[in-house]
Design a protein around this ligand. Structure first.
Ligand code: F3S
Length: 281
C-alpha cells in the first residue's frame, strides 16, 4: 500500500500565529481566557487547557487576566467591553480575516448592502456582521435566490468557503442588482489546500480527511473528496480509524484542515500502517 499526503498540509500561518500569541501569554503565568475555542481542533484545545487556559463565553465573572480572541475574528464590541473591564486583550484575528472585516466596513460606509457568502453560525461571519450595520448571509445558490433586488450590493465571502460555491452564488446575486462589487476574500491558504487535496483525491482510491468535526475548512475538504467520488473517511484523530477494508486499497491519501497539526496526520499514517501490518512506506 502507498500512502500520500497533499503538497499543502499542517497548520496554516494564521493558526500558528494565534498559538504563538496564546502560548506567550500562558508562559507569563497570567490567567488566560479564550473566547470560545481558539482553534477548531480537539488536540490543540486539550493542550491549551492543560496549560491553564480557560474557555469562556461571557465576561461577567472575569476580574483580571488576558482575553484571547480567535484567529477567525471577534465581535469588536466584545474587545471594547473587555478593555473597559481592565482586561488585557490579545486579538489573534488572522490578517486574511482582518481583510474581510475591512472590506465589509468600507462597503457599508459607501452605502452598499453587504452580502456575506458563508455560514451564519460561523464565528468569522458573526464577527463581521457585528462590525457593520446590516448584512445578508447566504450559504448556497438557493438562499441567494431569496435575496431581494437592490441598487448597490457588496459581496464578500467567508475565508473558508469553496471557490465553486462562491462562484455559483455570485452568478445568482448579480442578476438582482444595478451595481455590484464582488471581493474574493477566500483565504489563499484554503484555496491552495483545496486544490492540493483535489489533485491527490484524483489519484488515490481512498482519502482520509483528518481534523476537528467542527472545523469548517476540514468539513469542506471532506465534502470536496466525496464530490470526487473517492471513498472518504472523515476522522478527528488516529483512534477514530476503524478496522475497515484498508487492505483492499493500493493507494490512500491523507489530508487535513488548516487547523490540523502535522503530528496528528503522521499519527494517522502510523496507525493505518499498523492496522494493515506494515512498518512504513
Ligand atoms: Fe487565516 Fe486562512 Fe488560516 S484565514 S487562520 S490563514 S485558514
Amino acid at each position: 500500500m502507498q500512502i500520500f499526503f497533499p503538497s499543502e498540509i499542517g497548520l496554516c500561518f494564521g493558526i500558528k500565529r494565534a498559538l504563538q500569541l496564546t502560548n506567550k501569554e500562558l508562559n507569563r503565568g497570567k490567567k488566560v481566557y479564550l473566547w470560545g475555542d481558539l482553534v477548531h481542533n480537539p488536540q490543540i484545545m486539550k493542550d491549551l487547557k492543560e496549560k491553564g487556559a480557560k474557555v469562556v463565553f461571557s465576561l461577567s465573572r472575569i476580574k483580571e487576566g488576558t482575553l484571547v480572541t480567535r484567529s477567525h475574528g471577534a465581535d469588536p464590541h466584545l474587545i471594547k467591553e473587555a478593555k473597559l473591564r481592565g482586561l488585557k486583550v490579545v486579538d489573534t484575528t488572522c490578517p486574511y480575516v482582518q481583510r474581510v472585516h475591512k472590506v465589509a466596513k468600507k462597503l457599508s460606509e459607501d452605502s452598499y448592502k453587504v452580502v456575506i457568502i458563508g455560514l451564519k453560525s460561523h464565528p468569522e461571519v458573526k464577527g463581521v456582521i457585528a462590525g457593520i450595520e446590516k448584512a445578508f448571509v447566504v450559504k448556497d445558490p438557493q438562499e441567494a435566490e431569496k435575496i431581494p433586488p437592490m441598487r448597490k450590493m457588496g459581496v464578500i465571502v467567508q475565508t473558508t468557503e469553496t471557490l465553486d460555491n462562491f462562484k455559483n452564488i455570485v452568478k445568482n446575486l448579480v442578476e438582482k442588482v444595478e451595481e455590484c462589487k464582488v471581493f474574493n476574500t477566500i483565504c489563499k491558504v484554503i484555496r491552495e489546500r483545496q486544490k492540493a487535496t483535489e489533485l491527490l483525491a484524483k489519484k488515490v482510491e481512498a482519502m482520509i480527511v483528518v481534523g476537528g468535526y467542527n472545523s469548517s475548512n476540514t468539513q469542506k475538504l471532506a465534502k470536496l473528496c466525496q464530490s470526487l467520488k473517492v471513498k472518504t473517511y472523515f476522522i478527528e484523530k488516529d483512534e477514530d480509524l476503524k478496522v475497515e477494508e484498508w487492505k483492499n486499497f493500493e493507494k490512500i491519501g491523507i489530508t487535513g484542515g488548516t487547523s490540523t497539526p502535522f503530528e496528528v496526520i503522521e499519527r494517522t499514517k502510523r496507525k493505518l500502517l499498523s492496522m494493515i501490518g506494515e512498518k512504513g512506506v
